[in-house]
Design a protein. Structure first.
Length: 375
């Protein structure tokens, strides 16, 4: 393919994405402009293409034009159906039976998640856009859904980002803790799993989030009971079933700190086949996490955020959240004692940083990088 055509296709794709972004933010007029230019550029690329590729590119033009028509108010195809109340009551009751709290649509948004741009892009492309633009994604043969495994060091925002996904797609967040599902009693573990998936379909759109998946489905060779084996078989079945029914509006996301301890059968195609590494925050993300957390405190001085970010290499987002809370607590205690309130300053935060160790070390990062390079 000539460079010129390739450049045009790339440009059109970027414009299309910019349009999608504007549309998402409710800026229909801007979105319309982007779609129209994307269409023109793609049309030029199509016209410059050899005949065997021309048809394909013209099809893409037609799709962009559809997006243009959609924002022009011709029709939309991503409204979430309204659930009827009976289904919700039944779904919540099933979850209660298996010790899972009533699922809500979380308040956390993508804006609250600092850094992790690659992770966000991957999630946008694989979950959020395909869900919001269902028809468009089908026309590009983009597979919708699929199980996703997030892995990485503790406290880096895995649970947090899944909540943000649920918020973005307006799905209920079903938080599954392995200990509530598991049971040694004959048949109970399998039954619990069936109840969970039945509840999710009643409550859809929903995200089933399996935290600490390595505890629920550990590698089979590690002394598993019969109950555990049957439960895992059931889970594999259900996950495979959901992933093959693309219209169910149920996403399955799992998280772990120890991906190497997860049963490999769980990671095969059709199950948790999208694996995403969630790294510790870099310096820019750390700065933002400090800003986000200190913004929750009314009494804040003129804090040097760059310095705080520099001083916290190896600290996770959860560490930083803890540091901010501790600094505020210290100043609060001081105010109680002295009877004088004062703002939290840079040095208060630095003092706390000096008193706690970072939770992420080089050795651990090496382990993830080795794991990730195997696929
Ligand atoms: N990238 C981030 N941006 C903003 N806040 C973050 C980020 N990472 C972590 N945090 C903060 O740390 C808290 C803990 O993060 P979270 O529970 O999502 O970590 P996790 O990766 O799920 O950890 P674990 O592996 O221990 O379950 C969050 O509630 C959030 O306040
Ligand atoms: Mg977590």
């Amino acid at each position: 393919m000539s460079d010129d055509v390739q450049n045009k296709i790339e440009k059109a794709t970027k414009l299309l994405h910019a349009g999608i972004k504007e549309e998402e933010n409710g800026h229909k007029d801007k979105a319309k402009e982007y779609y129209l230019v994307a269409y023109r550029v793609m049309l030029e690329a199509a016209n410059d293409s050899p005949s065997d590729l021309k048809k394909k590119r013209l099809d893409q033009c037609a799709l962009i034009l559809n997006a243009y028509k959609r924002v022009s108010g011709e029709r939309t195809d991503f409204t979430v159906k309204k659930q009827n109340d009976d289904e919700i009551v039944e779904g919540e009751a099933l979850l209660e039976e298996i010790g899972i709290e009533k699922p809500e649509i979380p308040k956390v948004t993508f804006e609250d998640v600092a850094g992790l741009d690659d992770v966000k892009n991957e999630i946008l492309g694989k979950i959020i856009y395909p869900m919001k633009f269902k028809e468009l994604s089908q026309e590009y043969n983009i597979q919708f859904g699929g199980g996703m495994l997030l892995y990485g060091p503790p406290g880096t925002g895995k649970t947090f980002i899944v909540k943000a996904i649920a918020n973005e797609v307006k799905a209920r967040f079903i938080n599954v803790n392995p200990s509530t599902l598991y049971s040694e009693w004959f048949g109970v573990f399998e039954k619990n799993i069936s109840k969970l998936f039945r509840a999710a379909s009643l409550l859809s759109p929903a995200i089933i989030f399996f935290d600490e998946i390595d505890a629920l489905v550990p590698k089979r060779d590690t002394s598993n009971s019969d109950a555990a084996k049957r439960g895992v078989a059931q889970l594999l079945n259900e996950v495979g079933g959901i992933n093959s029914q693309k219209n169910k509006n149920i996403f399955i996301i799992a998280a772990t700190n120890n991906p190497w301890e997860v049963d490999e059968a769980m990671l095969r195609p059709g199950r948790f086949d999208i694996k995403i590494y969630v790294p510790p925050p870099d310096i820019v993300a750390r700065k933002k996490i400090f800003q986000l957390n200190l913004a929750k405190i009314k009494q804040v001085g003129n804090v040097d955020y760059d310095l705080l970010a520099e001083e916290t290499e190896g600290y996770s987002g959860a560490d930083i959240e803890f540091i901010c809370k501790k600094a505020a607590q210290n100043v609060f205690m001081e105010a109680v004692k002295t009877g004088k309130s004062r703002p939290v300053e840079t040095r208060d935060v630095i003092d706390v940083i000096g008193s706690i160790k970072p939770s992420i070390d080089y050795e651990l990062l090496e382990k993830y990088s080795k794991y990730g390079s195997a696929f």
